[in-house]
Design a protein around this ligand. Sequence first.
Ligand code: PNS
Length: 177
Amino acid sequence: MAQKQEPVVAIYPGSFDPITSGHLDVIERGSRLFDRLIVAILGNEAKSPLFSLAERMEMLSEAVAPFPNVQVDCFEGLLADYALRKGARGILRGIRAISDYEYELQMALMNRRLQPHLETIFLPAGEQYSFVSSRLVKEVARLGGDITGLVPPPVERRLRARWAPHGDQAKKDNQKK
Ligand code: PNS
């Protein structure tokens, strides 16, 4: 009788401040590779994010709704420890350019040193998104540029609201002046 295989769980970690169309492309392709994919937002970042953890969880949950084997979670501390707690065998990361690779390789090797059974799987970014980063999208949105298609539509609406003349962030910025 054939042995029942354990479901393969992978983690897709990141700051997701906010999720971009490039992230979503990696999620969609990753959802076809693993039985379960957990998109895990790092919660205790030193850098102050534009969107709160709750907002990022909400945007991600909305974006991954079409993929039944993808769930959204958040974590603090070491990714390798979190992966162990979740029973994950893989960490999924997208690579946009060779410049990403150096840092990603260091992280992959460190994570494997911390948890020897934890493998990192790199997916090349979709070529149409190879220039897209959360940082650049935020900058372009803040300066009034067109970000259509670079982020999922609900994220685009939130970014526009954030930087609209009467948006929350714009109000804060004006108060500082
Ligand atoms: O989207 P990002 O900012 O490139 O994601 C980086 C992230 C969250 C994957 C990385 O900073 C991380 O794993 N942080 C958790 C702390 C940790 O485990 N550090 C050692 C990594 S080798």
